[in-house]
Structures are given as C-alpha cells and as structure tokens.
Ligand binder design. Structure first.
Ligand SMILES: Cc1cc2nc3c(=O)[nH]c(=O)nc-3n(C[C@H](O)[C@H](O)[C@H](O)COP(=O)(O)OP(=O)(O)OC[C@H]3O[C@@H](n4cnc5c(N)ncnc54)[C@H](O)[C@@H]3O)c2cc1C
Length: 493
C-alpha cells in the first residue's frame, strides 16, 4: 500500500507526488489516460509561468545559462509581489481568495527554483510571445516572461522523468472512480480504482486530488457554465471530465470558486473538438491587441486594446461564443503582420486575405457592407500618437461607442490578413475549497477533511471572471508542492 495516492498526472499532480516523495512517502500516481495520452492539459500548455521577480538577477538565477550577449539585448524590468497581487485581484474583480493569492505569491518564485534545483526543470525566456523589440532591446512585458524548456510537452516529460528518478509509481489507464472513507471517522483512506480489467480498492495514508477541471464534460459544462457551452471547443485533454470533483463533493467537500465561468480564448474555427497533441496550443490566436476583432456581421464587440492580452484573452473566448454562430474574425494589416505571434504561421489556420477591406470580408465570409462601415468608422476614430506594443501606450480611439483603448493603429495598409476563430475552453474555474498553506480540502463546514488534499484546476477560489496568463501552471506547482508535503506528513505521522 502506498503512503500517498495522487489522482491525475498533470503538473499539479506530479509536483505533489515529487514533494511527497521528498518527505519520504511511497507514492502512487493514478492516471486515467493511457501512457500515449499522458500529461493532461499540462502537455498542451505553452509552459508559461507567472511569478514575481525583482529584476534580471532573479531571472538569471533561474536561467543561469543566459549568455552575456543575451543579457545585453534584453530588458526584463521587474515584477514586484505587489504588482502580481494587484494583477490577480484586478482581473478577478477583487474576488480571488486572499489567503490563496498570498500563498501563491509568496511561494511562486521559490517553487520555480525548487523545480529547477530539485527536479531538473530548465527555464527559458518567452522571446516569441512576451517580448517586443523597442529601441534595439527586447522588452518583456505582462508579468509572465518565463516558460519551461520545450513548452508544455517539455514540462510534462520533465516531470515524468523526475517522477521516475524519484521512484514514484505511475499507473496509466487507471481511473479514480470513488474516494474511500472510514465509515466511523470519515477519514479518507484511499481510492476505488478502475481499469479496463477490474475495479478494486487502493488504500493509502493520504490522497491528493489533481485531476483537472470539468471542461471536457459536455453535461457539466452546460450545467454549470450555461446554455451554448456545449458548442465550445476544448483546447486540451479529453480526459478532464470532472468526476473527481464530484467524488469529493459526494463525501462532503466544499464547492468553491466561480462555477459558472472558465478560461476561454480565441481558438481556430476549424480546430478539432478537443486538443491535438501535435499542434498543441498553436490553435490559439492571441495577437488581437494588434488588430481588430469583428463578428460575422462585421461588427466589433470587445475593446481589443483594453489591456495586455495576458489580462483579456481568457475572457474574450466567452464573448466570441456569444456572437452569431459563435464565430469571430481577427483582422490585421501590414503595420502589424510581422509582429504576430508564432501561432499565426502554422499550416492549420483558417485565414483570409484581401487588397481591400471588401475583398478581405469576402474571403473570410464576413458581411461586406458591415465590415467596410466598421473599419471606416474605426479608422477615423484613431488618434495620432506613439505606438508601442510593449507598453499600454494609450494610443486610443475617440468618438466611437466601443473604444480601442491602446495600440489603436488604423487598419489601412493593405494587403490585409484575417483569421476565423471560435471559443476554445481551456479549463473551468469552479472546484474544491482548500486550506491555502497545506492544500487540505475543506468540508462544507470549513473543516479540513482528514487525509484529503487537492491542487491544480480542480481547486476553486483563485480565478473569477478572468485570469492572468501563467497563473494556472504556477498555482498548480505551488499548491501541488505543498499538498505533497502535507499529505506525506499526514500519512507518515
Ligand atoms: C492549450 C492550453 C494552453 C495552456 N497554456 C498555459 C500556459 O502557458 N501557462 C499556464 O499557466 N497555464 C496554461 N494552461 C492552463 C493549464 O493547462 C493548467 O493550468 C495546468 O496545466 C493544469 O494542470 P493540472 O495538473 O491541474 O491538470 P491537468 O494537467 O489537466 O492534469 C489532470 C490529469 O488528471 C487526469 N484525470 C482526470 N480524471 C481522472 C480520474 N478520474 N482518475 C485519474 N486521473 C484523472 C487527466 O487525464 C489529466 O492527466 C493552458 C491550457 C491549455 C489547454
């Protein structure tokens, strides 16, 4: 019998498993997917992590192989703890659980270091996605500037390698189908596991749940997110179907967080219903702050320049789903095409082109008159000023009802380029309530549930309405790590 069972094998789960093992626990990881589909949503990520840092020294400590010439060419600025706190509170409209936010911010950088020093995770700056060249220097922006080497796949494979080195058992094709409890004390004593051959109990001293959200369960997302969410595409794994959240609720765990919301982005119109492991996150289309977004009638419906994309992308997917046919189009001209992110240069893209706005409309299937009128009104609302995509440059429109608040260049340098997108659901925000420092699951009376811990997307309370890019992985690592420590200590006590 293992000391600790971890349910799921994504980032949060494997950080929990590694931490528990460090404390001397025998650990078994249960993963519903077969080995060839392992890694959960973590595999599909860009591998971006958000943590506070005081300047280049902190980044250099995390990425010691930065060369002198690289150091001279970059400007990473700083991202103080206070800024990260204010970003997390601002995007969640003040609702994020303050104790969870505090613990996350306090432990984020040290956890990234822990992943590097203890478990061999290598980091790299996000040159392609989070930096623009300004005055001859690459200026990083938006709080999240570091990614795992190899992106989500590199992160996931690195964690599995570390787990193997640490002697952690991973059982693939093995699903948690219920949580076992002591009928007298209510303590969690293990998991009922289900494989294609059998169902059997597996006992342990403590259980960590890290089985993701319910985004891939059409019934749950329609029930909780609302009508229309049946039609959203799922960006990541098809295995995050929410049953582990239900299993915990069934034994008295407290539901917590923004159950009717989730992280949803602009995603290629013709992407498959769930993630494709080869294309990964490249179906996303995140350069819209450089251009315009319209619906099939040619009407704008969001302020594309409201903020850095890190702070708007996760809520704009929902806005796209609300448009006719759940479709939208991002439009660019020659002033910005060269600055588009790498995901605009893949083969699997639904794109259109035109030498005039009318031609672009026809190529993309947008109502022509509507688009021409929108672009004319927008262009005449653009103001002169200094354009700088690495800052909130304040270059805004005037005199149109729906403003573009930053980066408002007129769309007037043909040939034009556009992409068709729909809503891609990343993960759901509702989940279980945990005690912030130990990740122990709380019951509906706010009492810690003996033997039960949780981390990652199946935990609620950190994300409401919106999300700051790079917080999902970082929080999974922090709360997973501390869940692992606490679970091991409880199991070995
Ligand atoms: C395309 C894409 C890009 C993203 N990019 C980023 C990024 O750059 N930065 C960032 O911070 N976040 C990003 N995210 C969000 C990110 O996915 C999550 O924050 C993080 O990976 C979640 O990790 P997790 O461990 O909670 O869940 P997952 O990695 O999804 O792992 C959950 C695991 O549980 C397993 N499971 C489910 N049910 C059961 C069961 N009953 N029994 C056993 N196992 C079960 C699943 O198979 C899965 O392997 C992205 C997400 C997607 C989809």
């Amino acid at each position: 019998m293992p000391d600790v069972i971890v349910v799921g094998a994504g980032n949060a789960a494997l950080c929990a498993a590694l931490a528990a093992r460090e404390r001397g626990a025998e650990v078994t990881v249960l993963e519903k997917a077969e080995r060839g589909e392992r890694g959960g949503n973590t595999f599909f990520t860009g591998g971006g992590f958000r943590f506070p840092y005081n300047g280049i020294e902190d980044i250099h400590a995390l990425i010691p192989d930065l060369s002198q010439s690289e150091l001279e060419r970059i400007d990473v600025g700083s991202y103080p703890e206070a800024d990260m706190r204010s970003d997390l509170m601002r995007v969640t409209e003040g609702k994020a659980d303050p104790a969870m936010v505090d613990h996350l911010i306090r432990e984020a950088y040290s956890t990234a270091q822990w992943m590097r020093e203890q478990h061999g995770q290598r980091w790299v700056l996000m040159y392609g996605r989070q930096a623009y060249e300004v005055d001859g220097k690459l200026r990083f922006w938006g709080g999240m500037i570091t990614e795992a080497v190899g992106g989500g796949e590199g992160l996931s494979e690195g964690l599995f390698d570390a787990a193997e080195r640490a002697g952690i058992e991973v059982r693939y094709g093995t699903k948690a189908s219920a949580l076992l409890t002591d009928e007298h004390t209510g303590h969690v004593t293990g998991v009922r596991v289900q494989t294609t051959e059998r169902i059997e109990p597996l006992e342990a001293g403590a259980v960590v749940l890290a089985a993701g959200g319910f985004e891939a369960n059409v019934e749950m997302r329609t029930r909780y997110l609302g009508a229309g969410w049946e039609f959203a595409k799922v960006r990541g794994t098809r295995h995050n179907t929410g049953e582990v959240i239900r299993q915990a609720l069934d034994i008295g765990a407290q539901p917590y967080g923004h159950w009717s919301s989730g992280h949803a982005v602009a995603w290629d119109l013709n992407a498959p219903p769930t993630g494709n492991r080869r294309v990964g996150d490249l179906y996303q289309k995140h350069s819209y702050p450089l251009g315009l977004i319209v619906n099939i009638n040619g009407e704008r419906f969001v302020d594309e320049g409201a903020d850095f994309r890190n702070y708007t992308y996760a809520k704009y997917g929902r806005e796209i789903l609300n448009q006719p046919y759940g479709v939208a189009f991002q439009l660019f001209d020659q002033q910005t095409i060269a600055k588009l992110r790498d995901e605009y240069r893949i083969r699997e893209i639904t794109k259109g082109e035109g030498n005039t706005i009318a031609e672009l409309a026809d190529d993309l299937g947008i109502e022509q008159e509507g688009l021409v009128a929108t672009v004319e009104a927008y262009n005449s609302a653009c103001q002169p000023g200094d354009y700088n995509p690495a800052e909130r440059d304040g270059l805004h429109t005037e005199g149109i009802e729906l403003p573009k608040s930053n980066w408002a260049l007129p769309l007037n340098e043909p040939p034009y380029f556009g992409v068709a997108v729909t809503c891609g659901l990343t993960f759901t925000f509702g989940g279980l309530r945990i005690e912030a420092k130990t990740s122990q699951v709380l019951d509906t009376e706010d009492r810690p549930m003996p033997g039960l811990y949780a981390a990652g997307e199946l935990v609620g309370g950190l994300f409401y309405h919106n999300y700051a890019g790079g917080t999902g992985l970082m929080s999974g690592s922090v709360f997973g790590r501390f869940a692992g420590y606490a679970a091991a200590e409880a199991a070995l006590a």
